[in-house]
Design a binder for this molecule. Structure first.
Ligand code: SF4
Length: 487
């Protein structure tokens, strides 16, 4: 009660719009650590720490009260040890996770308490102190099992599974179809949320531990399934859920300038990697982002930095006043406040309870306007979502670039899944049993490919759990942790 919640300070808006670097201020280490120790002091070490696990808290079971206390006492090395005990990549979650732990924190019950403990800020600072203090060291397996595992996909789920399995003594090879490693962490998440040097630093640790990586290799095409089966004792599919949901029903969808969100984000991230200018740039354009979630916010901040004339983000749902009294929105919210991303503070506008009625083009077939209508969202008797116009009034907004960030519909079509004869769920994800094994024996699944597009913390949790299952499959038993079960 003595201290207020305080989040990590951000760079001034005009400054951060001039570059792609992370939005947070590079603070003096001593000042940063003192501020974060004060924040950790707010933790009450609850008898039942809802932040730590359960249906609402951290899927990884992060030992939050334990490391809050270690930070309070200034023992960064032990705090790093306890944080890494449950989380392979706390520098990713500290930057990217919307922090279900904070939503579950007992201190968020009351406005008078000053809000949840700033767990994410504490986590990120421990993670950075781990690197600055040299506490992150390669962890080598005590014995080699002689078993070989292929991990397909190098996003957070694949990397977590690979690191756990390598540390358990298996020979692990990660296959990535792209030219660089990281999956969505590389080509989906913009630099201003997490600079790629953060990813590269962790990849170097995995390499030193013995995980092997092959890039530019599409399994099922560049390596046949027969060869994969012959070379490996088990296979982990961590191929993501990148089939973007489209909006074919709205008239004008076929116009030039209307794109899926990832068609914008991937080249923008490639441009930051030095691959030349983005093919789909927002520079000098009126930009409409459709969809109020994380991907929409990433498009929003990217368009702003590319020099858009205007950026407007549309959401069919109302601005949620509170996560507790309004659970209609599917987008992540923090308790008591509308979830605002740093990108939203910088420029542009957010519009709620609206939907596009029509995309309108010019004589060249390029989108120039959208027609907008006020709507409400309801579920019908079968539970299906219905978008209902609430007025005949049409509003027209200029639109030279429209980005559809309305979710994902499961895994992309890939030959690998056909050749393995893998079954998909009705949601387009890969089904598995309680042991994470798919319908193909010896082939396991984790992350978005299993769960559907979700949070980075769930990807890491599933990667850790699938490693436990594969280890058991290969050796008959496992001491690896398994924080979550298949849904
Ligand atoms: Fe600390 Fe909040 Fe967790 Fe309680 S719920 S132990 S106050 S972080």
């Amino acid at each position: 009660m003595k201290y207020s919640r305080s989040d990590a300070p951000k760079r001034p808006k005009p400054e951060r719009l001039q570059d792609w670097n992370e939005v947070y201020l590079q603070e003096d280490q001593e000042e940063r650590n003192a501020a974060v120790r004060t924040q950790a002091t707010r933790c009450m070490d609850c008898g039942i720490p809802f932040c730590h696990s359960g249906t609402a808290g951290c899927p990884l079971g992060n030992l939050i009260p334990e490391w809050n206390d270690l930070v309070r006492r200034g023992d960064w090395e032990l705090a790093s040890d306890r944080l890494h005990a449950t989380n392979n990549f706390p520098e990713f979650t500290g930057r990217l996770c919307p922090a279900p732990c904070e939503a579950a924190c007992v201190l968020s019950i009351s406005h008078d308490s000053g809000g949840a403990v700033a767990i994410k800020r504490v986590e990120e600072t421990i993670a950075e102190m781990s690197w600055e203090g040299g506490y992150v060291k390669p962890s080598h397996a005590a014995v080699s099992t002689g078993k070989r595992v292929a991990v397909v996909g190098s996003g957070p789920a694949g990397l977590a599974a690979a690191q756990q399995l390598t540390r358990a003594g298996h020979e692990v090879t990660v296959y990535e179809r792209d030219d660089r490693l990281g999956g969505l962490l590389r080509y989906g998440i913009p630099e201003f949320k997490m600079e790629k040097k953060v990813l590269d630093r962790r990849l170097a640790q995995l390499r030193r531990e013995g995980t092997k990586f092959v890039t530019g290799c599409e399994v099922g095409v560049d390596i046949t399934v027969e060869q994969l089966r012959a070379d490996f004792d088990a296979v982990v599919l961590a191929v993501g859920a990148l089939r973007g949901r489209d909006d074919k029903a709205t008239p004008g969808r076929e116009l030039k300038g209307v794109h899926l969100a990832m068609d914008h984000l991937v080249p923008a991230n490639r441009a930051c990697e030095g691959d030349g200018p983005s093919e789909i740039s927002a520079e000098g354009k009126h930009v409409i982002v459709i969809g109020g979630g994380d991907t929409g916010a990433d498009c929003y901040g990217t368009a702003t930095r590319q020099g858009a004339l205007s950026v407007t983000q549309l959401d069919q749902y109302p601005m949620p006043p509170s996560v507790r009294d309004d659970d209609r929105s599917p987008w992540p919210v923090w308790p008591h406040i509308l979830r605002t991303y740093p990108a939203h503070e910088e420029a542009g506008e957010r519009r709620f309870t609206v939907a596009v009625k029509r995309f309108v083009g010019d004589d060249d077939g390029h989108v120039r306007f959208i027609e907008l209508q006020q709507v409400r969202v309801e579920k019908d008797s079968s539970g299906r979502r219905q978008v209902i116009p609430v007025s005949d009034e049409i509003e027209v907004l200029p639109a030279d670039l429209v980005l559809l960030a309305i979710g994902f519909e499961g895994v992309e079509h890939m030959r690998l899944l056909d050749d393995l004869d893998i079954s998909l769920t009705t949601r387009g994800t890969i089904s598995c049993g309680s042991d994470w094994q798919t319908t193909a024996p010896g082939v396991f699944v984790c992350g978005d490919a299993h769960r559907g597009a979700s949070l980075v913390v769930w990807a890491i949790a599933e990667g850790r759990s699938v490693a436990n299952a594969v280890d058991k499959f290969l050796t008959g038993a496992s001491s690896l942790p398994s924080p979550v079960i298949p849904n």
